[in-house]
Design a binder for this molecule. Structure first.
Ligand SMILES: C[S@@+](CC[C@H](N)C(=O)[O-])C[C@H]1O[C@@H](n2cnc3c(N)ncnc32)[C@H](O)[C@@H]1O
Length: 197
């Protein structure tokens, strides 16, 4: 059994609704998912178990696992957890800062059907992940960004620039012609579809 803090559990119902009722997602179809912020593996686990059943599917897990975020110990726990998945060989782990790891994937020509952003929560990091990560997503693909309304002062969320909201508002406003926000989902996360490169 995997042993992780299940950060993904509160979102499972919305993800199920979005993927299986709105997007008519077929898990047997080969697909590529890029996840920014993997922590102990709960969202990666859900994505593999629910969205990626084809042996040709790929999940890229990007996380720094820096010292302030649990470092090597948390990284080893993540590896142990995802090691329990039958599709482990379909997961590539890129340990490093997200803006650099996203560029590695861009330079390799990776195109994503889904980009999940749940890494650094301060506005500059979220904006950089959105701008860089958007180029990875295929037109028709989806971006999900976590913690739109998060504001925990304990982790720097006491300041406007310490939270994701202003970055998401700026990005979705400036790129409005290239995306379509999915309305009617819980507003703790923002889902949008990419319309054009
Ligand atoms: C909220 S956790 C992710 C939770 C995970 N998605 C889950 O559902 O279990 C955020 C993660 O982002 C990582 N992180 C924070 N800032 C980052 C950055 N700039 N680049 C890469 N990883 C980062 C942290 O190491 C942490 O593991």
């Amino acid at each position: 059994m995997p042993s992780f803090t299940n950060y993904h559990q509160p979102y499972e119902a919305a993800w199920r609704h979005f993927f299986f009722e709105r997007a008519r997602w077929d898990p047997s179809r080969p697909a590529t998912v890029v996840e920014v912020g993997s922590y102990e593996g709960s969202s990666a686990f859900w994505i593999m178990q629910n969205l990626l059943h084809s042996p040709e599917s790929r999940l890229y897990c990007l996380d720094a696992w820096a010292d302030g975020d649990g470092g090597d110990e948390r990284f080893q726990l993540f590896l142990k957890n995802i090691g329990e998945l039958p599709g482990r060989s379909q997961i590539e782990v890129l340990r490093g800062w997200s803006h650099q790891a996203l560029r590695v994937l861009l330079n390799r020509g990776v195109r994503a059907d889904v980009l999940y952003i749940d890494g650094g929560h301060d506005a500059p990091t979220v904006l950089r992940d959105l701008v860089t990560g958007f180029d990875l997503v295929r037109p028709g693909g989806v971006v999900i960004c976590d913690d739109y309304l998060w504001d925990d002062p304990k982790w720097g969320g006491g300041r406007t620039l310490g939270r994701p909201k202003i970055a998401l508002d700026a990005f979705t406003t400036i790129f409005a012609d290239k995306l379509k926000i999915q309305r009617g989902l819980p507003n703790t996360q923002v889902f949008f579809q990419k319309l054009a490169d």
